[in-house]
Design a protein around this ligand. Structure first.
Ligand code: LER
Ligand code: MN
Length: 264
């Protein structure tokens, strides 16, 4: 298992400088914003070639959700995700992280009544995934379907929810991305959910229980990493977190060291 990261405000702005910095501090991969990748493809390619730090995945950078309530936005999202997958192919990236939607609706806050039926939700997400499954096949990439906690999305909250879409639609190029922060809210037991879905978990996002940097909260990373090891997971562990503390950069490096120690 290797440790990657998304961008952080305290990383250098310049693309080459950013990749050099990641290498210097000990990250082994970068999860990039999809639009940023499409807009800066050549520079990103050069930075990868110079540093050997791969772009593992893309996350975000498109403007309609795969489960969008608005059909025009859903279709726009699919067209943009296709472009991102084509760019990922060019840089050797594994695939894109997609939730059903993020921040569109939650049953847990007012108005608590969805404008669409659950059958309608299922059809929209399934139609999108069936389409993206083909694009992923054509580009040699993977769609990493992400369960989010109930306050961020109402459609896919657990690894089992994600699994049901993959199985029902017989998707070959869609896997599950397991995000420890969302799992800590939705799953009975993080290790057990990882184990139950070991055949489909293809990517991982890491944050501590409150979504701040790993090591600053109560999650037992060593325990969950041991479970992943036992189950033969060999993908990336990508930090996606907020950072708090007086010196965010130092806190972030501490978090990386904490994860590296938890992997031993
Ligand atoms: C959103 O909370 C999240 O976890 C991101 O990875 C969005 O896909
Ligand atoms: Mn995530």
């Amino acid at each position: 298992m290797k440790i990657g990261t998304q961008n952080q405000a305290f990383f250098p702005e310049g693309i080459k400088e950013k990749f050099r910095y990641l290498k210097e501090v000990g990250f082994e991969g970068f999860e990039i914003d999809g639009k940023f990748l499409v807009d800066h493809l050549d520079e990103v390619k050069e930075a990868i070639a110079e540093t050997g730090i791969p772009v593992t995945t893309a996350c975000g950078g498109y403007t309609g959700w795969i489960g969008d309530f608005i059909e025009e936005r859903r279709l726009n999202g699919l067209a943009e995700i296709k472009q991102i997958l084509e760019a990922l192919k060019e840089v050797g990236g594994k695939g894109i992280v997609v939730p059903a939607a993020w921040g569109m609706f939650t049953f847990r806050l007012p108005p608590m009544v969805s404008p669409r039926s659950q059958a309608g939700d299922r059809k929209a997400v399934s139609d999108s995934l069936i389409y993206l499954d083909k694009v992923a096949e054509e580009t040699g990439t993977t769609i990493f379907l992400e369960p989010l906690n109930r306050y961020q999305d109402h459609m896919i909250n657990t690894l089992a929810d994600a699994r049901s879409y993959i199985e029902e639609n017989e998707l070959k190029n869609v896997k599950i991305i397991a995000d420890f922060y969302h799992m800590n809210i939705e799953e009975d037991d993080i290790s057990e959910a990882l184990h139950q879905n070991r055949d489909l978990v293809g990517h991982i996002h890491l944050a501590d229980n409150h979504r701040y940097q790993p090591g600053s909260g109560s999650l037992d990373f060593k325990k969950h990493f041991n479970q992943l090891k036992e189950d033969g997971y060999n993908g990336f562990l990508t930090i996606e977190c907020r950072v708090r503390g007086n010196d965010p950069e130092a806190e972030y490096i501490n978090a990386l060291r904490h994860l590296q120690e938890s992997l031993i």
